[in-house]
Structure formats: structure tokens, C-alpha cells
Design a protein around this ligand. Structure first.
Ligand code: ADP
Ligand code: MG
Length: 344
């Protein structure tokens, strides 16, 4: 059995944020409460500050686990699994909303985010099964059933042609992080850090009133390359360094696939971090921008301007959009890194 191992992209920084908030002391001293769990095939944690936040944390965790059950592509009892049997299926309003969002984002990104890519993802062994390199013929056959325009959503009814399958893998965690944030806020939490396998949502500010400090992981090594200072927003990173395998010939294949070729993305980007108000937008975009490559991603930002991003590229340089440049700082060990500003 293949055991997937996920390491939170920003674990080190999360610990730092939690530590700093406790170290200010005085009358504002707040206690951090944390819940950790495994869902959506990854490690998750939610940290909240203040009195009596434990109950809210439990509710947020329940919410994420509920969505996982509904949206898992491999769980026979999930709504997505039922839809993937082909034909017509009625889904809950929440699942219909997620599918509608994925279709919108697929359209917006010109199919770089491709919610029907599952048969191809599966053939490479990224969701269940063993990693392998499928033949060109096999990929071409599978690509015949790929294309978001094949999905029909009418109200809460989804219709899929035989062989077409939906996968929420690139968006579900981001969507769930927004829902978790909503649950925390509804239950009185004013300050929290949600980390669903690297999908971050920052609720409010740190208890001391300062911005959270979130590390952007070094795609080539362990530590972080830089720190983002932010509050009240979502931050999501996609990169090929997290889930990948090395084939017999030494080629490393990552888990984000270019829907045009059916092969893992191999372009000029190592990782892309997206900062925006909603986790679901960040999650959908980080995957899609990674597929687009540096120039395509920059162009997408210029067209939409509803997000900011930090791209770490194979040339060893960082490319950051102008709206985040003052909030991103290279870490000491990467002080030599060239940071290019993408202008509108
Ligand atoms: P992670 O889930 O590791 O945080 P992403 O959000 O980038 O990373 O999503 C990657 C997952 O989405 C893959 O594991 C796969 O299930 C699926 N996927 C891969 N390529 C694409 C794509 N181009 N469009 C949509 N989903 C994809
Ligand atoms: Mg994503």
C-alpha cells in the first residue's frame, strides 16, 4: 500500500506565530488551543486564541471531516463517488456549489484547473494505487473523457457522460478552510490560524494585534525562503515537491498535471503561493497558475487582479505581484534571492 505523507508547507512558521503570540505576555496574554487531525488525505491543524475556544475548534474539525466524507473521490459513500458512477445524480446544495465553483474556475483558467482530470491523475497513481508512468496511448485514451465542458450542472443535479469523473482534490481543502473559518467566527473566535495541509486561512489578527507571519517553504530544501505578513486572508501554495515520485529513469513526476498533455507539469515554476480573501479561490488558482507557468500566471493576475501571488521559479528567483511585495520578506538564509515585482 502506498502511504501518502504530507508535510505542512508552513509548519515552522505556524509554530513561530503561535510562539510569538504567547510571548507578549502582560494583560493581553492569550492561550492557544489547537486541534490536529487527518482529513482529505493530509494533516490538518486549527489553532485558536482566547477563552473557551475549544468547542469552536471541535466544531470546525467536525465541519472539515463532514465535507471530506461528502467530497472524497475514493470513499464509496461520498456524493462525488456517486456522481462518478456516470449518468444523472442529485447532490446536496453544498456539493452543487463546489462543482459550480470548480466549473467557473475551469472556465476562468482556460482549463488549467480541470475538475475532470481524475482518470489521468489515477493512472499516474496519485490518488490511490501505485505511482507509475502510463504510456502515451493510455494517456490519450484517458484524455478523451477529460473536459469540464462535459459536466452538466442544473440546480442540484449533475450529469456526467460515461467515463467522465469529477475530482475535488485541487479545490476541496481551500473550500473546507473557508467553511472552517466561518464556523470559528460563528462561535465567537476572533483570532485563529487554520492550516488544512498547507491551505491557510488567517482569522483576524494575532492576539497581540500584529499580522501573522507565514513562511513560504523552500521548494528545494527544508526551511522557508521567506515570510509573508498578513491577516484576515487565505494563503495557499501549490508545488511539485510535496507529492511526487521518481521513475526508474530518475525523472521526478509531481502530482499536478497539465490537462493538455496529461503529464505532470514540468515548467519554469517550482511553487506558487496565492494570497486572497477566500481559501477556495487561492486553492483553485494555486493549482491552475502552477500549470500555466510564470508568464501565463502573470498574465492571469493582470487580467483579474483579485489575488496576489509569489512564484518561486527554477531560475532561483522569486516573482511577486505588486500588492504583496511589501508584505513578503526573504528569510535570512535567502537574503541574496532576487525578488522581481510583477506590475499591472
Ligand atoms: P494539494 O492538494 O497537494 O494541496 P493542489 O491543490 O494543487 O495540491 O491539488 C492537486 C490535486 O488536484 C492532485 O493531487 C490531483 O488530485 C488534482 N489535480 C492535479 N492536476 C490538476 C489540474 N490541472 N486540475 C485540477 N485538479 C488537478
Ligand atoms: Mg489547489
Amino acid at each position: 500500500m502506498l502511504m501518502r505523507r504530507r508535510i505542512s508547507i508552513i509548519l515552522a512558521a505556524v509554530c513561530m506565530a503561535a510562539f510569538c503570540s504567547c510571548s507578549f505576555g502582560g494583560t493581553n496574554e492569550e492561550t492557544a488551543q489547537k486541534t490536529e487531525f487527518f482529513a482529505m488525505d493530509t494533516y490538518m491543524s486549527v489553532t485558536a486564541y482566547g477563552e473557551g475556544v475549544q468547542k469552536a475548534l471541535e466544531l470546525a474539525k467536525d465541519e472539515v471531516q463532514r465535507l471530506d466524507k461528502m467530497w472524497s473521490v475514493t470513499d464509496e459513500n461520498s456524493e462525488i463517488y456517486a456522481v462518478n458512477g456516470g449518468g444523472k445524480a442529485a447532490v446536496s446544495g453544498e456539493t452543487a456549489q463546489l462543482i459550480s465553483f470548480m466549473l467557473d474556475m475551469a472556465k476562468r483558467t482556460g482549463g488549467a484547473l480541470e475538475p475532470t482530470l481524475y482518470p489521468v491523475v489515477k493512472a499516474w497513481g496519485f490518488t490511490g494505487g501505485e505511482n507509475r508512468v502510463p504510456s502515451g496511448d493510455e494517456i490519450q485514451q484517458l484524455l478523451k473523457n477529460v473536459g469540464y465542458e462535459k459536466v452538466s450542472l442544473s440546480g442540484n443535479t449533475v450529469t456526467l457522460p460515461e467515463g467522465v469523473m469529477l475530482d475535488t482534490g485541487a479545490v476541496g481543502k481551500g473550500y473546507a478552510s473557508d467553511k472552517a473559518a466561518q464556523v470559528l467566527k460563528e462561535n465567537g473566535v476572533k483570532s485563529a490560524l487554520i492550516d488544512l495541509g498547507g491551505n491557510i486561512v488567517l482569522v483576524g489578527r494575532k492576539p497581540d494585534g500584529e499580522d501573522w507571519k507565514i513562511g513560504v517553504r523552500d521548494p528545494d530544501g527544508d526551511g522557508v525562503v521567506g515570510i509573508i505578513s498578513a491577516s484576515n486572508c487565505a494563503i495557499v501554495t501549490s508545488g511539485a515537491y510535496e507529492r511526487n515520485f521518481t521513475a526508474a529513469d530518475g525523472t521526478v513526476y509531481g502530482h499536478i498535471i497539465d490537462p493538455k498533455s496529461g503529464a505532470p507539469v514540468d515548467n519554469d515554476i517550482l511553487s506558487v503561493t496565492v494570497i486572497a480573501s477566500e481559501g477556495r479561490l487561492c486553492d483553485a488558482l494555486s493549482t491552475a497558475l502552477f500549470v500555466m507557468g510564470k508568464d501565463g500566471a502573470a498574465e492571469h493576475w493582470r487580467t483579474h487582479k483579485d489575488f496576489e501571488m509569489i512564484m518561486l521559479c527554477k531560475d532561483g528567483q522569486a516573482y511577486v505581484t505588486e500588492g504583496i511585495k511589501d508584505r513578503f520578506e526573504a528569510d535570512e538564509e535567502h537574503s541574496e534571492m532576487i525578488i522581481n515585482v510583477i506590475e499591472g
